[in-house]
Write a protein that binds this ligand. Structure first.
Ligand code: CUA
Length: 318
């Protein structure tokens, strides 16, 4: 099951934010109940007494009550401010400089997420994927955020608060998942027509599963085995696909759209909009703008037979 909730913390930073949220919730709830109670008492008293009570001792008592309430309010607000700043500092400095840190570069595009795992020791083992981030549990993961076009904001509520992706700079933050699971993230800054359809998935898994995933992702695409798959590969090279997409291991190396080398192993298409099924993929290839208006991928003019061959080839990209 995919989880997307700031109140189901899967890591230490989200746990801090979750805790802060409940402190604010219960404090504000108590204040609200008190205000309504005082309002109701005043209203009932006003209905009972036709003439206002203007005796000097009453005035003095009311003055003192207002003074005390003001002091209590100021102390309460300062306490909330202090807790909030302290949590912000704890979360903001979490994991900086940790030794076993993993690094991932996330680039925002209208409207999808490019995800890269650089490998400083073996550059050829670097991975490029999209809209799906795999991380090992109990490991601090440094995310470097930048954008290819407008401002976006990455928000994976089970793991962390929001962080903006701003043109011309790299924002960094560290996430850590301690509970294995699949967490949904969402762009949290209005970035155009399909802002609401700019989601990504974070798969937090144990070290062994993660390493297996990483090793597989760093391999090139397999060679077509059947005649149908071979024809499909030719359809892909003849259609405009290769102008925008990269498939490592064949003659397609553009970076305008998501990397397709292993895209059938991902659980969604179109940045979380569709389940990654053969039927959805067929519809997406034939007329993506009808499904996600404004998307840069144009409709494709290919025959039904060509589409079946193409789907057979794309099925191998797992
Ligand atoms: Cu990207 Cu909103």
């Amino acid at each position: 099951m995919i989880d997307q909730s700031a109140l189901h913390a899967a890591g230490p930073e989200a746990a801090h934010l979750d805790h802060l949220w409940w402190i604010f919730f219960w404090t504000c709830a108590a204040v609200y109940v008190l205000v309504v109670a005082f309002f109701a008492a005043a209203w009932i008293r006003g209905r009972r007494n036709a003439a206002p009570d203007v005796r000097p001792e009453t005035e003095k008592r009311l003055g003192t009550a207002i003074g005390v309430a003001t002091v209590v309010s100021v102390i309460g607000l300062l306490a909330l401010l202090t807790i909030s700043v302290a949590v912000g500092h704890t979360v903001g400095t979490f994991g900086t400089g940790a030794a076993n840190q993993l690094e991932i570069n996330v680039t925002g595009h209208q409207w999808w997420w490019e995800v890269k795992y650089p490998d400083s020791r073996v550059p050829s083992k670097a991975i490029t994927t999209a809209n799906e981030v795999h991380i090992p549990i109990h490991t601090p993961v440094l995310l470097r955020l930048d954008t290819r076009d407008v401002i976006h904001s990455l928000w994976i509520p089970n793991l962390h608060g929001k962080r903006d992706l701003i043109p011309g700079r790299v924002n960094k933050f560290v996430i850590q998942a301690d509970t294995p699971g699949v967490y949904r993230g969402q762009c949290a800054e209005f970035c155009g027509l399909q802002h609401a359809h700019m989601a990504l998935i974070v798969v937090a898994e144990d070290e062994e599963k993660f390493e297996r995933w990483k090793a597989h992702q760093s391999e090139g695409a397999p060679t077509p085995l059947t005649p149908e798959q071979a024809r499909g590969q030719q359809v892909l090279l003849g259609a405009p696909c290769a102008n925008c997409h990269n498939i490592t291991g064949m003659d397609a190396s553009a970076t305008l759209g998501p990397d397709l080398t292993h895209f059938r192993s991902r659980s969604t298409l179109a940045a979380g909009l569709l389940q990654n099924t053969r039927g959805n993929l067929a519809g997406w290839i034939m007329n993506a703008p009808a499904i996600k208006p404004g998307v840069q991928m144009p409709p494709n003019q290919i025959s039904a037979v060509e589409l079946q061959d193409l789907l057979a080839y794309l099925d191998t990209l797992r």
